[in-house]
Design a protein around this ligand. Structure first.
Ligand code: FES
Length: 86
């Protein structure tokens, strides 16, 4: 059973969030519903991150799962290439 996230992609994804709505962000990288959880983490020791949007509008959410500011992209993905995905 893995403790490590995998890269769902080596770039973030733009999503429109609604202020006050709760979201379940995938931290394991295995969800097929990126950037959100689909339950795939049950094969790992990782858990999704539940967060509430503090404003309505577009945000860049992390898909490399290496950001220090999850669920948001912090640029950490720049160290990865397409070969690192998965
Ligand atoms: S996609 Fe993970 S830091 Fe940008």
């Amino acid at each position: 059973m893995s403790d490590n996230p995998i890269l769902a992609d080596n770039k973030p994804i733009k999503v429109i969030l609604q202020q006050g709505q709760q979201y379940c962000f995938c931290c394991c990288g295995r969800s097929l519903a990126q950037p959100f959880c689909d339950g795939s983490h049950t094969s790992t020791r990782l858990s999704p991150k539940v967060f509430t949007a503090n404003k309505t509008g577009p945000v860049m959410l992390c898909r490399c799962k290496q950001s220090k500011n999850l669920p948001y992209c912090d640029g950490s993905h720049s160290q990865y290439s397409p070969a690192d995905i998965g």
